[in-house]
Design a protein around this ligand. Sequence first.
Ligand code: NAD
Length: 285
Amino acid sequence: MDIRTIGVVGAGTMGNGIAQVCAMAGYPVVITDIAQAALDRAMKTVDGSLERMVNKQKLTAADKTATLARLALATDMKALADCDLVIEAATENIDLKLKIFASIDATVKPGAIIASNTSSISITKLAAATRRPAQFIGMHFFNPVPVMVLVELIRGMQTGEDTLAAARAVVLKIGKAPIVVRNSPGFAVNRILVPMLNEACFALGEGVATPEDIDEGMKLGCNHPIGPLALCDMIGLDVMLDVMNVFYSSFNDPKYRPAPLLVEMVEAGYLGRKSGRGFYSYDKK
Ligand code: NAD
């Protein structure tokens, strides 16, 4: 299937980034959100992001104008009717997403592809809630979308080969790199990354080394751009704990048990950067 027009549902952090990169690549994009305020904020964010690119001479002013002109906003999902691909990037809540997919499915033409940017919900389960599980796929972008090159393409049990091929073509056209992953908790990247970060919490809790030395070790010994404990603080320790708990319960395997120190830090309200304290202190003073 040739994808000519793209819809994005949810104009938050991820949705506005996805809409921006698709419009920059030349696709007309329809963004929908239940909240007009979210749509207005998204346009401001995209405008600011494009303006920065113009200032850095990575984009011409004419291209910026043309990109913005390719973006249409709507609070009514019916605006998605002519889209060949709709990428859902709404709030991470399964009941909400199931309702959204029922209405996308009822709105777009037969043969149109539906994708979800979910980080943690089974693509097979979401696909099965539509009348077109073969035309359903996971497209997992990384934050911030205009900067991060990877897109995980998640095949649900019923995802068709032509759906995968069409999604791959879109990812390449927007200048990103796809990897193909079977539907499984955490897909590939978070499945590997988050238990590694959890292991750093175990090591710290067992007194293997100081936080600074653990981070220095992984930066200099593995060429990671940031240490695992500093990365935990950026992601949020509560988010880390949620993901480990999802792995623990879905694989039913003790190797995914959350580190006791991680649990206790969350109990104490030490959530990382957003709370001012995690493994490091972010006290502005
Ligand atoms: P967000 O909270 O920034 O944005 C969600 C948007 O969805 C909001 O604007 C909200 O108004 C809108 N929304 C809620 N109900 C809706 C409905 N019925 N119809 C249309 N829009 C609706 O969330 P986010 O961080 O952009 O995350 C969106 C999705 O992307 C989630 O599934 C999340 O798991 C996934 N994801 C997030 C990240 C990340 O780093 N933030 C990374 C990869 C994937």
